[in-house]
Design a protein around this ligand. Structure first.
Ligand code: AMP
Length: 302
């Protein structure tokens, strides 16, 4: 089974207490693909400039990532720079240079239009709507967004929310969008906007899966050394959506498993800069960490 992702493909510069990288491979669609490809074929739609070092992502072609929807435009690639403070939970954006991303209009190639699973990574809600108008009756649609769009493109975001299945959002954004500080109340408000499933990401405190009838909490893997949290949310989304695409099972029990696969992939991501820790994983390593999660959370009542 295949999944379509539309989002940023970027060059990231990151400063952390453990070191720096400049113009490293990044972007929401890139992290998503590097994670989801362990579970399913990925059809990527995005844009880069002529300066993009394609040789650094070519390895993803061997992992079933299709780049025929990646436009190469005249100009410079989207660049983002962030800095993490000592506890690694707080990030400040130093710059966002949209470059070719400013004029990006997603074009979904004919060969992608029947992709049954779709993930709309964090881009302008107007462009997310444009993607939904080009695909043909997908089975399951996931959505990410950020504070910038909640403030600046609220009406368009609400239109997208009416058309999607799972909304992946972080805790502060859920509070901002709903106007409610309690996360369960926030979820109640967001359900009224359309999504059937909400995943609230809470960084190192894990993520909550909420439907109208059930709740589930997945912790984040406790790690003694976190190198760089950039892309963890997109990598989580890649594991979650990739696992659902592979298993084609939308039962709550399976969504719980998808939450664990998302957490497992995010835990690898943060152990190195850029895509480095996601590059050479084996299915056995992934499964071993799934079992570590099981040990971490399982208890008997007596
Ligand atoms: P995350 O750490 O999951 O929030 O994702 C970080 C990734 O998002 C980085 O690789 C950035 O290149 C990318 N990014 C940062 N700002 C934006 C933006 N405004 N639009 C799209 N992607 C962005």
């Amino acid at each position: 089974m295949e999944i379509l992702v539309v989002g940023s493909v970027a060059l990231d510069s990151v400063e952390t207490p453990h070191g720096n990288v400049d113009d490293a491979i990044g972007g929401a669609a890139t992290f998503f693909s590097a994670s989801a490809c362990y579970f399913s074929k990925v059809n990527l739609v995005g844009v880069v400039g002529e300066d993009y070092p394609m040789d650094k992502i070519n390895y993803l072609r061997d992992k079933k990532v299709d780049f025929s929807g990646l436009q190469i435009a005249k100009g410079q690639t989207f660049r983002w720079k962030g800095r993490y403070l000592d506890d690694m939970n707080q990030r400040e954006t130093i710059y966002t240079h949209l470059n070719v991303f400013a004029e990006f209009r997603p074009h979904i190639p004919e060969s992608y239009r029947n992709t049954p699973y779709v993930f709309l990574a964090n881009i302008a809600p107007e462009l997310q709507l444009d993607v939904l108008n080009q695909v043909k009756q997908p089975k399951f649609i996931g959505l990410d967004t950020m504070n910038f769009w909640i403030e600046g493109s609220n009406a368009a975001l609400r239109k997208v929310l009416e058309r999607i299945d799972v909304f992946m959002i972080n805790d502060s954004e859920a509070r901002q969008l709903s106007g409610r500080s309690n996360l369960l109340k926030a979820a109640e408000e967001i359900f009224k906007m359309g999504p059937k499933i909400i995943v609230i990401k809470k960084g190192e405190h894990g993520a909550a899966l909420i439907t109208k009838d059930h709740h589930f909490i997945a912790p984040a893997m406790p790690l003694a050394h976190v190198c760089d949290p950039t892309g963890a949310g997109d990598t989580f989304a890649g594991g979650f959506m990739g696992y659902i695409t592979q298993t084609q099972d939308l039962s709550f029990e399976n969504l719980k498993r998808a939450m664990i696969y998302g957490s497992v992939m995010a835990s690898f991501c943060v152990q190195d800069f850029s895509l480095n820790a996601l590059k050479n994983l084996t299915n056995e390593q992934i499964f071993t960490r799934v079992m570590d999660f099981k040990k971490l959370t399982h208890f008997s009542e007596k």
